[in-house]
Design a protein around this ligand. Structure first.
Ligand code: AMP
Ligand code: MG
Length: 407
């Protein structure tokens, strides 16, 4: 039997990242960056971090509430505007948060520490301001480059762009962003028993839930789903559907069901006639059977049919492969350590168990969500984590530490 890791490595080795494209920044959320981003100075100029008055700190050396000092206001600098005025001793400029510091000033006194506090918006700058407090040299000033210096690598190729990353790109003026294009994933369910969700259920039939589970998971991985529907047990139709995947330039074909021994399945024949398909037994549960091959040069991954097995198979084998296609630098999934709140039995295979993880007194504590049958989708719905019990482990005591993937 193949170890999970060996199967993952074999699958991943058949994938490489898709091509890149350039998108305008607003279209980039969730996309994978295709080039390193080198910063310029942030902030780009010295500016005030408060609303107040730009001053020379030495003018306010021994000022207090009891002994205030009056400064002459010689400029008014709203955010977004510069001033040519240079601040001399005894002078100040009204300044707003984010506005550039005028020449001559070396500190900003907060408006709250002056007699100009609590004015309505739109009040013009006063001619004079009385200051009640001292201020340190440099206080309330954000100096040019204090956050990031020119030349610093702020974002890396292979990084999936989050809201804050997009914000940084905007700050740096990166209007057009090199990203990997979205991989195209063709999706097929197979089995004569399957009925689409909108059709009435006839005796002996079941709803095709895998198409929906896997389509959501694929979309959530940042890929485009090309749904091929349900493959009936008919060679020509299956070939027609798979050829559609080729015509739509799919980067990978994912199917579910028909990978277990003795499965009544024509998908295997059709794929083999145009490529190859290997059936693996992976040392894991749920989802021991797995098929991997290619159809007309496009990688083909066949997941098990039971909905929980299909989901776990996706998380274990497909998500990482899609990550490689997407250009992600790191596809290994983050694990957290949790403590078992109950005894957990396993059969020695690497097991992915559905669990609820909750924080209790500062530790993450895990409880299984009922019976772990691979058709019991509710136990997955109720779970917020998969516990990863390593191969070779048959029993874990209460309080034992185990890895978990948070879902
Ligand atoms: P198989 O892998 O074909 O032996 O299928 C295993 C089990 O999964 C059977 O009970 C199938 O009815 C079920 N199954 C297969 N495909 C799907 C699907 N797309 N949606 C829901 N159940 C499925
Ligand atoms: Mg079947």
């Amino acid at each position: 039997m193949l170890s999970v890791q060996a199967a993952q490595e074999r699958i991943h080795s058949h994938f490489k990242s898709v091509e890149t494209e350039t998108l305008s920044l607003a279209q980039c959320a969730g996309r994978v960056l295709a080039a390193d981003i080198i910063s310029s100075d942030l902030p780009p100029f010295d500016n005030s971090s408060v609303d107040g008055f730009a001053v020379k700190a030495s003018d306010l050396a021994d000022v207090s509430t009891a002994s205030s000092r009056t400064l002459r206001v010689v400029a008014d600098i709203p955010a977004g505007f510069t001033s040519d005025v240079s601040i001399a001793h005894g002078q100040a400029a009204r300044i707003m948060t984010g506005a550039p510091l005028p020449k001559g000033a070396d500190a900003v006194i907060m408006v709250e520490d002056t007699d100009f506090n609590n004015r309505e918006a739109g009040t013009p700058a006063p001619k004079e301001v009385q200051v009640y407090k001292t201020v340190n040299h440099g206080e309330n000033i954000r100096t040019r480059g204090m956050d990031v210096k020119t030349g610093y690598k702020v974002l890396f190729a292979g990084h999936k762009l989050r809201a804050q990353d997009i914000g940084l790109l905007a700050m740096l003026g990166v209007a057009n962003v090199p990203v990997y294009r979205k991989p195209r994933v063709a999706l097929l369910s197979s089995g004569d028993e399957l009925t689409p969700v909108e059709s009435p259920l006839e005796p002996g039939k079941v709803r095709d839930s895998n198409s929906y589970i896997l389509a959501s998971a694929i979309a959530d991985s940042g890929c485009d789903v090309m749904s091929l529907g349900i493959a009936p047990d008919n060679r020509d139709t299956i070939q027609f559907l798979l050829d559609q995947a080729i015509a739509m330039n799919a980067d990978v074909i994912i199917s579910s069901a028909g990978v277990s021994v003795g499965a009544f399945d024509f998908t295997k024949d059709v794929v083999e006639s145009q490529g190859k398909l290997d059936f693996w037994k992976v040392n894991m549960r749920p989802g021991k059977p797995l098929a991997f091959g290619e159809y007309r040069g496009v990688p083909f991954i066949g997941l098990p049919g039971n909905p929980v097995s299909a989901f776990v198979g996706f998380e274990v084998f497909v998500r990482g492969a899609l990550g490689v296609l997407s250009g992600l630098k790191t596809v290994a999934r983050q694990k957290v350590k949790v403590r078992l709140a109950e005894v957990v039995e396993s059969d020695g295979r690497e097991s992915y168990l559905r669990a609820v993880v909750e924080e209790k007194d500062g530790v993450l504590s895990a409880k299984l969500t009922g019976h772990q049958g691979s058709g019991n989708l509710l136990s997955l719905v109720q779970a917020n984590a998969l516990l990863v019990v390593p191969a070779g482990v048959k029993s874990l005591a209460i309080d034992a530490q185990v890895d978990a993937w948070l879902l």
